[in-house]
Design a binder for this molecule. Structure first.
Ligand SMILES: NC(=O)c1ccc[n+]([C@@H]2O[C@H](COP(=O)([O-])OP(=O)(O)OC[C@H]3O[C@@H](n4cnc5c(N)ncnc54)[C@H](O)[C@@H]3O)[C@@H](O)[C@H]2O)c1
Ligand SMILES: [Zn+2]
Ligand SMILES: [Zn+2]
Length: 391
């Protein structure tokens, strides 16, 4: 089959790989109908590169049609249309019972000291082949594949695999008081949905991004937006009686603009041998902290900072004095995708499409064009906001 593969830091390719097979009785094989490129995939092209191997199949935002099921799979049959969460969980352990699928004790990667296994996300998360391909092997299919209806287009359902629940969790973790306000930093796909969800739930939303067409898209959905510059924090404070918003959601993570030193560390990990670079990536702070720093500064005293953006490293200097003095609450983590879908499903199936799932994708292309579109998405060229690959 054709698949998008990681070749080296900065480079992906589309090439022939072996078809996936049912390996465990709990597996299913799906024919992929849509697979999106995520901001998280960009980290694999940069700072997480040392944890990837040449030929690894990328992709964790996938939906399709079941082709084959293993002998132990009960809830699925060939022909079912399914969405696949990017987190692979068992559904039964201590963590899964508490809605923390990202911490699943059955699929945790103890050798790496990381949480649940994820599709297409490096040896840190289990080295499982991803879904930017013609077919995907779905692990623990009963606990993970999510059956959806046949009538609505893929775009309504596809984002249940990742960015919709991620945005939803970001808003829940932000703990915004009734009638309160939230600033969303970053208006990429995650920030778009986080702002729309917050607005849908009745909060006042301030969106921040440096890319004009991303601000324009948010404005189409009723979000007040701000450019990223030295005056951003002051402008949002002015809209919140000088205090700052009740919460800030960081939907940027470690590709943030505005921190050149960290940019060098990211660049350096691309040049070093894997073993050295892995150590650098795990033990030295290689994050770009510009967004989280703005969040700490901007949020009102006693407010909450909710990180949806992905961070790494351990040596990042954090302004502990300010965080302590402002009495901040900090919540973060990969998304517990399975926990939020019952909240979101009625919204994506609502005929009026209140979260605007059909107004996010800017580029829809054949799988074979993936390499070019990775670059377009990374560099934010050609008005690119979200790419869907159609195998
Ligand atoms: N927690 C999870 O489970 C989860 C799931 C999906 C994505 N993510 C993460 O969420 C983040 C966003 O993903 P995305 O797909 O929207 O990616 P993206 O890269 O398209 O979006 C990031 C946006 O932030 C903007 N930006 C950059 N620096 C900024 C700054 N200093 N201040 C404000 N905005 C800034 C960029 O212009 C861009 O529009 C990534 O870090 C991704 O890894 C996390
Ligand atoms: Zn993702
Ligand atoms: Zn579990």
């Amino acid at each position: 089959m054709r698949a998008v593969t990681w070749e080296k830091t900065g480079t992906v390719e589309v090439r022939d790989v072996d078809d996936p097979r049912v390996e465990e009785p709990t597996d299913a094989i799906i024919r992929v109908t849509s697979a999106a490129i995520c901001g998280s995939d960009l980290h694999l092209l940069s700072v997480l590169g040392p944890f990837m191997d040449k030929g690894d199949v990328l992709g964790h935002e996938t939906m399709g049609v079941v082709e084959e099921v293993g002998s132990a799979v009960q809830s699925l049959k060939p022909g079912d249309r399914v969405v696949i969460p990017f987190v692979i969980a068992c559904g039964e352990c201590f963590m899964c019972q508490r809605g923390l699928q990202t911490q699943c004790e059955t699929t945790q990667n103890r050798d790496q000291g990381t949480g649940a296994t994820l599709y297409g996300y490096s040896e840190l998360y289990g080295s499982v082949a991803g879904g930017q391909a013609q077919r995907l092997r779905v692990l623990r299919a009963d606990a993970n594949a999510f059956k959806v209806g046949d009538e609505l287009p893929d775009d309504r359902y596809l984002f249940l695999s990742d960015i919709l629940p991620t945005a939803w969790q970001g808003v829940q973790y932000a703990n915004i008081p009734d009638g309160g306000s939230v600033a969303v930093l970053g208006l990429g796909p995650v920030g778009q949905f986080a702002s729309r969800i917050a607005r849908h739930l009745g909060y006042e939303v301030f969106g921040v991004d440096l890319v004009p067409e991303r601000r324009e898209m948010a404005e189409r959905h009723g979000i007040e937006t701000f450019e990223l510059d030295d005056a951003t924090a002051a402008a949002i404070r002015q809209r919140t009686r000088g205090r700052g918003p009740d919460a800030v959601i960081d939907a940027v993570g470690l590709e943030a603009h505005g921190n050149p030193m960290a940019g060098f560390a990211q660049f350096a990990t691309g040049l070093l041998p894997d073993s050295v670079a892995q150590k650098l990536a795990k033990t030295v702070g290689v994050d770009r902290l510009a967004a989280v720093m703005l969040g700490i500064d901007l949020v009102r005293r006693g407010g909450t900072l909710s990180l949806s953006g992905v961070y790494g490293g351990v040596a990042d200097p954090m302004p502990m004095m300010t965080m302590f003095d402002k009495q901040l609450t900090l919540r973060m983590g990969q998304c517990n995708v399975h926990s939020w879908r019952d909240d979101i499903l009625p919204l994506v199936e609502d005929p009026s499409d209140p979260l605007g799932t059909e107004d996010l994708v800017t580029h829809r292309v054949p799988l074979d064009d993936a390499a070019e579109l990775y670059t377009t998405f990374r560099d934010k060229e050609d008005g690119c906001i979200k790419v869907v690959l159609q195998p």
